[in-house]
Design a protein around this ligand. Structure first.
Ligand code: PLP
Length: 338
């Protein structure tokens, strides 16, 4: 007789996609730009030369070398994976400890992978201004402490000195920098000083490759050695590896997109100053219960719950998409004003 593990039975099932996809998708923090036609053609010509009968290259891949060069580190400090989500799961396999520490509201995948491992999630909620609370009170016996900066879905970063305070406890700290390209400052420099730090990055947001499923972690050589022991061989396929390399050959284009998104983010923030929180990511948290209203008009945004009930998270889109968002949100505000 087969039986389902209780930790698995408790997980929610994936939701069915909407029957009519939204016209404007501002709900997943993706880049609003696919590669321009010329670049895409160039990439696909490179992809056409990849032998699909062969397994992908193994560590250190050319991509790991390029990432290391970009960060001024060694390939020994870098590991690529099938999305940074995969790395969250792998990290939880490496360390001892009976719980993880998160600071809600934050990214849902930390709790998801803890549930898969059957370990406890201790939540030290962010403060009034979304600042980190006393996570140090729970670092003893922690398998990992998750810090997301810029944080999804609030958009704020945590100060470096605060991150250092948590690192000083010696507990494994996973610093999720999925949105760092849109922020003023990164914490990658701390990898040199702290063996207990693992930084997660992704190609899904600023680099515009969400469909390729490509993420990476950065940590000390020693910590990386353990991650390399648990990662399934050939986790990243040859096509995605090549797509990642290609982006590093076109960093000027990536930089251009990042600048555009930041400018548009600030424009949206100015438009909705009374409702939006400042953001260092490619999205804005807004105190507007406009999810259903917008969806009826073909615009998908993320509806938030719990402590952020009545809030939405809006991904910064292309200019014309943002214009339409602004028009509709203005209408929503006028309708609901007393
Ligand atoms: C989008 C996102 C990721 C990226 O995950 P991938 O698996 O690389 O697509 C990681 N962390 C946070 C907080 C995110 O919002």
């Amino acid at each position: 007789m087969w039986r389902i593990r209780s930790s698995i039975r408790r997980l929610p099932r994936a939701e069915a996609p909407p029957e009519v996809p939204a016209r404007i998708c501002l709900d997943k923090n993706e880049s609003p730009f696919d590669l321009p036609h010329g670049l895409k053609k160039e990439l696909f010509e490179k992809l056409s030369k990849i032998p699909l009968n062969r397994y992908p290259p193994v560590y250190p891949t050319e991509l790991e070398g390029k990432i290391a060069g970009y960060l001024n580190l060694s390939p020994e400090n870098v590991i690529v994976a099938n999305g940074s989500d995969e790395l969250i799961g792998l990290i939880l396999k490496v360390f001892e400890g009976d719980h993880i520490v998160i600071s809600s509201p934050t990214f849902g995948m930390y709790g998801f992978f803890a549930a898969l491992e059957g370990i406890k999630v201790i939540d030290v909620p962010l403060g009034e201004g979304f600042e980190l609370g006393d996570v140090e009170a729970h670092t003893d016996g922690a398998r990992a402490v998750f810090i997301c900066s810029p944080n999804n879905p609030t958009g704020n970063t945590h100060p470096k000195r605060r991150i250092i305070e948590v690192l000083e406890t010696g507990a494994p700290v996973v610093l999720d920098e999925a949105y760092t390209e849109f922020a003023k400052e990164s914490n990658i420099d701390l990898v040199k000083d702290y063996d207990n730090l693992i930084i997660l990055r992704t190609f899904s947001k600023a680099f515009g490759l969400a469909g390729a499923r490509l993420g990476y972690a950065v940590a000390s050589e020693e910590t990386m050695g353990y991650l390399r022991r648990v990662i399934p061989p050939f986790s990243v396929n040859s096509l995605s590896l090549k797509a990642g390399e290609f982006m590093f050959e076109h960093l000027d284009y990536v930089g251009h997109v990042i600048k555009y998104i930041i400018e548009e983010r600030e424009r949206l923030y100015r438009e909705f100053k009374d409702y939006a929180y400042p953001s260092e990511a490619n999205f804005l948290l807004m105190k507007l219960d406009a999810h259903d209203f917008l969806l009826k008009r073909g615009i998908a945004v993320k509806k938030l719950g719990g402590r952020l009930e009545g809030h939405i998270r809006v991904t910064v889109g292309r200019k014309e998409e943002n214009d339409e968002l602004i028009r509709n949100l203005r209408e929503f505000i006028n309708l609901t004003a007393d």
